[in-house]
Design a protein around this ligand. Structure first.
Ligand code: HEM
Length: 319
């Protein structure tokens, strides 16, 4: 009797552990579409290759779309929804408006995926795969993308405004912003390496190049030529010296006090992330491995699975 009670207890503990393990892993799996949409990967890869061949920056823009999706309601494609007369999406949020780009690339992929596997693959999963392909095409690491996310029927303008970190943030607020999504300070520093590629508008780095003191003065002067103290808000500068190539020059730049955004330089400013930034600056492989692992963790933020949400027919609108 005593031993059968003990046995049932052990079984219960195992069942409970298995249940909590699967909820932590959010039921995503790498092979989710292997029988329902076997050509998904080549479709996404070819479309991304065409896009990046047309304009290298699109690899960066799609990566950023994925980040801005995952930080608002989880990775549920909420960022892709258009505003309508009766629906408010996230596109007019402060971090997104006049800034997010690459939506047309996702539309093209979705159209092709629908033609091959009608009503099967979510926009959220397409975005997760497209972001990885963009990174690979610009010379960065690869990783296996867990799949099975579903698309939201809602969006949150207010969460987009509050939860996407600002380029004026200090280190403590960057760490707490990522921590509130279940990501560590190390994940935050590795994921900031997304700024190895792409561009930023003058309005996001003006304060840094005119007011910050932890900046290489020659770098500040060079950036000021295309980002005046007033006006020119949309003039672009590269986030690192090699914006079309996913390398570790971003971290080398931080060590040289040439971070473009105030928030970038916060990662190397006498604080807790300095030693990790130094490691990444001298060891591309360490950065690439941490970035890939952190992308999987970011992709696991709050997905809709099972019967929650829907598979959108058009990524811009709920069904
Ligand atoms: C750590 C906090 C972060 C802050 C404060 C931040 C802020 C910014 C800002 C202000 C821009 C320029 C936007 C514009 O001027 O229109 C930018 C661009 C970009 N961000 Fe971040 N970001 C952060 C993290 C990330 C992460 C985690 C990723 C991806 C893993 C990422 C990927 C990118 C990319 C690829 C671009 C260039 C996009 C393009 O050229 O179209 N960022 N970010």
């Amino acid at each position: 009797m005593a031993s059968s009670t003990a046995q049932s207890f052990v079984v219960l503990v195992i069942l409970f552990a298995a249940a909590s393990f699967s909820s932590v892993n959010a039921q995503l799996s790498v092979n989710f579409y292997s029988s329902s949409c076997p050509n998904l990967l080549p479709i996404v890869r070819n479309a991304m290759r065409q896009a990046v061949n047309r304009e290298r920056r699109l690899g960066a823009s799609v990566l950023r779309l994925f980040f801005h999706d995952c930080f608002v309601q989880g990775c549920d494609a909420s960022v892709l929804l258009d505003d309508t007369a009766t629906f408010t999406g996230e596109k007019t949020a402060r971090p997104n408006q006049n800034s997010l780009r690459g939506f047309e690339v996702i539309d093209t992929i979705k159209t092709r995926v629908e033609a091959a596997c009608n009503g099967t693959v979510s926009c959220a999963d397409i975005l997760a795969l497209a972001a990885r392909e963009g990174v690979i095409l610009l010379g960065g690491p690869s990783w296996s993308v867990p799949l099975g996310r579903r698309d939201s029927r809602t969006a949150s303008l207010s969460q987009a405004n509050s939860d996407i970190p600002s380029p004026f943030s200090n280190l403590a607020s960057l760490i707490s912003s990522f921590s509130s999504k279940g990501l560590s300070a190390r994940d935050m520093t590795a994921l900031s390496g997304g700024h190895a590629i792409g561009f930023a508008r003058c309005t996001t780095f003006r304060g840094r190049i005119y007011n910050d003191t932890n900046i290489d003065p020659r770098f500040a002067n060079a950036r000021r030529t295309n980002c005046p103290a007033t006006g020119g808000d949309n003039n672009l500068a590269a986030l690192d010296p090699t914006p079309n190539f996913f390398d570790n020059a971003y971290y080398q730049n931080l060590v040289a006090q040439r971070g473009l955004l105030h928030s970038d330089q916060e990662l190397f400013n006498g604080g807790s992330q300095d030693s990790l930034v130094r490691t990444y600056s001298s060891n591309y492989r360490a950065f690439a491995a941490d970035f890939a692992a952190a992308m999987v963790r970011m992709g696991n933020i709050g997905p809709l699975t099972g019967t929650n949400g829907e598979i959108r027919r058009n990524c811009r609108a709920v069904n």
